[in-house]
Design a protein around this ligand. Sequence first.
Ligand code: ADP
Ligand code: MG
Length: 677
Amino acid sequence: MNLSTPVQFIKGIGPKTAQRFSRLGVETAADLLSFYPRDYVDYSQPYSVASAPFDHTCVIRAEVYSKQGETLVKGGKRMVKVLAGDNSATLELVWFNNPYTAEKLQIGQEYLFYGKAGGSFQKRQMIAPVVHPLTGAPPITPIYPQTEGLNSTFIGRCVARVLEEMEQPLPEPLPADMLTRYRLPQKDAAIRAIHFPANLEQALSARRRLIFEELLVLQLGLLLLRSRDKHTTAPVMKPIDLTPFFENLPFSPTSAQQRACNEILQDFTKPIPMNRLLQGDVGSGKTLVAAAAIYAAFQNGLQSVLMAPTEILATQHASTLQKMLEPFGVQTALLTGGMRVVQKRETLAAIASGQANLVVGTHAVLSDGVEFSNLAVAITDEQHRFGVRQRQILAQKGKTPHLLVMSATPIPRTLALLLYGELDISVLDELPPGRTPVKTFSITSKKRGDMFGFLEQQIAQGRQVYLVCPLIEEKENTSSQLKSVKRYLEEIVQPLLPNRRIGLMHGKLKPKEKEAVMQEFKEGLLDVLVSTTVIEVGVDVPNATVMVIENAERYGLSALHQLRGRVGRGGGESWCILVSDHTGENVRERLRFLCHTTDGFAIARYDLEHRGPGDFFGKRQHGLPALKLADLMTDTRALKAAQQDALALLHDDPRLDNLPVLANEVQQLFEQNTAMN
Ligand code: ADP
Ligand code: MG
């Protein structure tokens, strides 16, 4: 067996099991070896029944006293109970639809039971524990993230088999002197130890080594991507006076917008490709800055492209930008995946001939068929939605364009520098005048009736409202998501707003259908838009004044803040209502924080510190490849060290010719992780 052996050739894994592994992203022996345990059980230190921590997964040592026969319980499940204990307390063990484990237990014998210790002080309980005899239990056992049909014990057995049958030790990617310097174990030893450590120190040291390797590979990858920029030149533009552009706007630009525009125009006059991040909270007016950049390129006779993460957003940008730029003669082309063949062919021809001065699109603009005539500026909106690779493909279109990435999700500056190196940052730290902050409330579903009364009032005044409906568990598929959106619409919204025009937006609609719904909402033909989070980014309907978010506890604060940013765009009073029945103190605290804070940066910081669901780094919103072990927020020391080492390695060996194993890992990391969303 070697690293590239497909998992179905491992003994004990049939085609069905291989499919389940595939769902976890595990295709080969190598994938299996880097499917790391999330925790360990230490059978050598069992708890007594009374001392076992409540609601924690742990090992308890207890004697079996008696067994109850099988009984049928609600839902048709068959339940078996076993009574066990020690001289500290008794422990009830319960299994559903599994009589086999209990059958094998012998009365009067002691065993080790591993599971979550619940119940009450009078009666401790464990549901479906793993059982080990007192002797022969491994000292430390790995616990793997489980999925349907693959339990942790089975995964562990497969990993053990691969490690046994591997013909050669795992190749070492890191140079020997680096291992000595940081006192890191060899790769082969580390992989063995992270799965089957002799003790917990060994597991930790293996982890430390693998985290370092992961960060080094990440840094090398980023540096290699960037080093290509250094040898290229971008179109040099003549300085452009933005006065006519600004004078044509219905409002005057904020000073933050003017500053950002000037910084960009400065960069355009240099032959070094611009690599600039435009950071600004929702509603700060990033689109205008993009338009100014496009204007400057156009006045130099050059093309621009703007890439947005969704069709809705691309369509909206195309029309906004067209309005701002058409008076100057700019021809805009919209390019999306859902276009008809003929239409697409014409658009591609217009882009290739230079007849289209501005191309706005989804990631369809990245495809091979898109050839530009003289591309000079490439812009991505909501950059965190795109992978580093996708941005790089865009940067390589045409003759190395200047790159502008726009984002409402702030990254702490120190981290941004570590991740992107010499990326320049412009910040829009000022909202356009006349905005009143969105009033934010958090309510429970008991008040939903009252809330709909309020919505009715708003609609009666000619306003429009968004209802973002329950997010469902991630593992549920889009069709069950659809079902729950529809149920929400039919059972809650329609009865409570009987005479109102209600639109429905969800991920299963075809691009054309989404666009049609959005268009109707924009034109005021709909009073209410019930939606999943597809409206999250960038959508601009100034007449909408209320944003309701159901199951608000399921979102990170930054995501909620983005959603809230959809209202309060028209200058009138506006509201955001967070509906949640969650009683957990930290959830309530989180929602309260949002109710009192409108500063996007403070909100992002809160997310970073508290690591709520959907938080910035947890969900790969940074657009970097997924990391298996390392954590960019907490492993900062290792990250800094890895960055220095990566620089040093590339300085001596720019293409890593002498470290082929490492070079291969770098390549793989970025290849596996191009697709996002
Ligand atoms: P975001 O930064 O979230 O992308 P947008 O570019 O969508 O923000 O702008 C939000 C709204 O603010 C738009 O309706 C836009 O027309 C308006 N806007 C932008 N700049 C100004 C300004 N200087 N004065 C008044 N309104 C502005
Ligand atoms: Mg925007």
